[in-house]
Design a protein around this ligand. Sequence first.
Ligand SMILES: [Zn+2]
Length: 301
Amino acid sequence: MTKSDAPASSLTAIDCHVHLNDSIVAAGNVRSAQMARYFGRERPVVEGNEMAEMYRSRGMRAVLVNTTDTILSGRSSVPNDHLAQVVAKEPDVFRGFGVVDPWQGKGALLEARRCKEELGLVGIGELNPARQHFFPNDPRFYPLWQVVSDLGLIVMFHSGYAASGSGTPGGGGVKLRYGNPMYVDDLAADFPDLKIICAHPGWPWESEALAVTLHKANIYLDLSGWAPKYFSAELLKYVNSRISDKVLFGSDWPALDVDRWLAEFQQLDLKPEVRHKVLLDNAQKLLRWDSTEGDAGDGLA
Ligand SMILES: [Zn+2]
């Protein structure tokens, strides 16, 4: 496929939270209709190469994440191999995270290792404690976090309210309490070398999400899954000041439209340098993804 000739300096943003929703993923998603109702928009099915071009044409890059519904649905997840193949075809715009189910025990450890060493993925997630029914600080899973930390993989935890199951009887089996970011704080304390992303602003534990991001140098907060026009005053205050180096742009596409998220973000009362950090600088540092890596090799530093 044709790659854009845009120079590396035109890079404007890294979307750190994107769910692949190509025809293979969409075919296996049992929650599509319910999630579309919650977010008030249909979930577009876009093939990997089209999605790459969508980001490339905007001077953007994206991190594709995988999820698993196995505990709730009984269905197997989208193979990490599939996501890795999509990422590998578009190295100038994509990085990928693979998913594991912590309840798989040794299998989860082996899969985490395979994600890094065989599939070239750079993180594990989006893990969803509310859907997968586990506490991130449960000592039974510490061997898994040790492996993830030793491999230098980033781990992403969904935090806060779950769109998944919202408004359905029993919430589709989703248990919200597992999503309190305070449980992630324990993990960050016990694994100081483990880089953790708390996904979404964390409501109804937004203050907790801000506190753990402020307190632990190894916790980052992504702003995905939440329309910027609804960001609270408290969230904006912290993003604009004390955690400005720890906050990441994420859309949560296909739940939210990327252009809508960016347009609303531009309207927020943020310092220009903070805006730049959130959209690009912080992600580049965390992912160690500089402006020239993966490009055609134009020699720019
Ligand atoms: Zn999430």
